[in-house]
Ligand binder design. Structure first.
Ligand SMILES: [Zn+2]
Ligand SMILES: [Zn+2]
Length: 212
């Protein structure tokens, strides 16, 4: 697999392009903004976007979904548990003092256990509620190893906040313990903001996960 992560949008959301370069196909995760930067990388790689997916539906993770969808024709998906957040985009953006992103044709296609494809790559969907009710994480495994895209559920040395709409501090710990820490220690974790990490590093050092 080929993975590129760009920091985009008003709050520095990590947007990932996960590609099968031989098949010239890619999945884009969390196009939070800076459409031109994302487009430039897609063009440089020469890939067709087969799906646009979102770890959750805070406004900073969906900032240029509409633009990307318009130019790729790809389906754009969230988990149904976050539908109310997509409907409340103007209120979300207003809280942070920015203009609401344009609305995309967003479907509720992210379901736990579903697999999305780009060429030979298969990306599994894990429903990992807590940061938001519809938060999801994505797992890709191939000969090079395991990649986890965790969104704002897990950070290097921290976990996602649960004080926003629908956040649940017990649920986020259940999600991390039950689904993310089940992955191998050498699984690379792309987080929603800031640096990447590994499952092993977080299992050993994350203060929010001690004794879990
Ligand atoms: Zn968030
Ligand atoms: Zn975020």
């Amino acid at each position: 697999m080929h993975v590129e992560t760009l920091t985009v949008g008003p709050l520095g959301c990590n947007c990932s392009i996960i590609a099968d370069l031989a098949a010239k196909q890619a999945i884009v995760v969390d196009p939070g903004g800076d459409y031109d930067d994302i487009r430039a990388r897609l063009d440089a790689l020469g890939v067709v976007v087969t799906a646009i997916v979102h770890t959750h539906t805070h406004f900073d993770h969906v900032g240029c979904t509409a633009e990307l969808q318009r130019t790729t024709g790809a389906a754009a998906s969230i988990h149904g548990g976050d539908r109310f957040l997509y409907d409340a985009l103007p209120e979300q953006a207003a809280l942070f003092g920015i203009a609401a992103p344009e609305r995309a044709e967003m479907d509720d296609g992210l379901v736990d256990g579903r697999a999305l494809r780009a060429g030979a790559l298969e990306m599994g969907v894990l429903h990992t509620p807590g940061h938001t009710p519809g938060s999801c994480s994505f797992v890709v495994t191939d000969a090079t190893g395991t990649l986890l895209v965790a969104g704002d559920t897990l950070f290097r040395g921290s976990i996602g906040r649960t004080d926003l709409w629908g956040g649940d501090p017990d649920a986020i710990l259940r999600s991390i313990r039950g689904k993310l820490l089940a992955l191998p220690d050498d699984a690379v974790v792309v987080t929603g903001h800031g640096p990447s990490t590994t499952i092993g590093h977080e299992r050993a050092h994350n203060p929010f996960l001690r004794g879990r």
